[in-house]
Design a protein around this ligand. Structure first.
Ligand SMILES: C[S@@+](CC[C@H](N)C(=O)[O-])C[C@H]1O[C@@H](n2cnc3c(N)ncnc32)[C@H](O)[C@@H]1O
Length: 253
């Protein structure tokens, strides 16, 4: 179901302005895990990451240790679920058994228990606490990544900042994958119904804003640097919008 094409509006979300130890923020981040389950985020991401490692379409597979960066990673719990799904799948492939993961977020939210859980899978995870706009604007002489991932993150940015963040990512990776709220009638309805799962007022407020700031059509492709890349953008499930980009020489996610 698609809503009439309402324009994208980006407004400040409450969670972004609460301290990490604020009880309302902690509750909202727990809600976020359930929201990600409802949106099928783990399945959407892992289904698109899997083929990148095994080398589909006759192109060369990626090699361990795979360098992975998540932008706006929050507490790192979603990527941990993705890591478990990929490690399980990866019993026949070494690529998902040895991963160098950076979890970028403006707030220091990743618990040591989460890092230990990654380590048990063979993933060396490290938080990278910075504003993504500073990261994107920095000279491109530092780390490069095989894959950069974002989940429920890009919708925070209005057009100018979004272009800058995506240009920064494109300069540093071979493949890019984003799963964002879809600006659709079904997603808007779902966001208004989050009280039914016991979500707190922060989550309920931010979910509606997130859908209004979400994406449809080719809105992310239009902000991605065109030259040398192939892109694909589409609805995923009832509530999500997925964007993938890969360098011309690389295989698709
Ligand atoms: C909606 S949460 C999503 C977290 C995680 N990706 C998930 O799906 O559970 C968005 C995250 O982006 C982070 N964030 C927002 N603006 C940011 C910025 N300018 N730079 C870095 N992180 C930012 C917030 O701190 C928050 O953890």
């Amino acid at each position: 179901m698609s809503a009439p094409a309402t324009p994208r509006t980006v407004q400040a979300e409450i969670l972004d302005h609460l301290a990490p130890d604020d009880p309302e923020a902690q509750r909202s981040r727990r809600d976020l895990r359930r929201v990600n389950r409802l949106m099928g985020a783990c399945s959407i991401l892992s289904a698109r990451l899997r083929p990148a490692a095994s080398g589909t379409r006759g192109t060369a597979p990626l090699h361990a240790p795979l360098r992975l960066l998540e932008l706006g990673a929050g507490d790192g719990e979603l990527m941990l679920r993705v890591a478990r799904a990929l490690a399980l799948h990866g019993r026949h492939s070494q690529v998902w058994q040895t991963v160098e993961l950076r979890l970028l977020d403006r707030q220091a939210l990743v618990r040591s228990e989460t890092l230990e859980a990654y380590a048990r899978l063979g993933w060396r995870a490290q938080p990278l606490v910075c504003d993504v706009r500073d990261w994107a604007a920095a000279p491109v002489n530092g780390a490069r990544y095989d894959v950069i991932v974002a989940n429920l993150f890009l919708h925070h940015f209005a057009a100018g900042a979004l272009s800058a963040v995506l240009a920064g990512a494109a300069a540093r990776c071979e493949r890019f994958l984003a799963c964002e709220p879809r600006r659709s009638a079904s997603a808007l309805l779902g966001s208004h119904l989050l009280g039914a799962i016991g979500a707190n007022h922060v989550t309920r407020h931010d979910a509606v804003l997130s859908v209004r700031a979400g994406f449809r059509d080719r809105e992310l492709s239009d902000h991605w640097p065109a030259r040398g890349w192939q892109v694909e953008e589409r609805a995923a499930g009832l509530f999500s919008h997925v964007f993938v980009a890969w360098r011309d020489r690389a295989d698709a996610l």
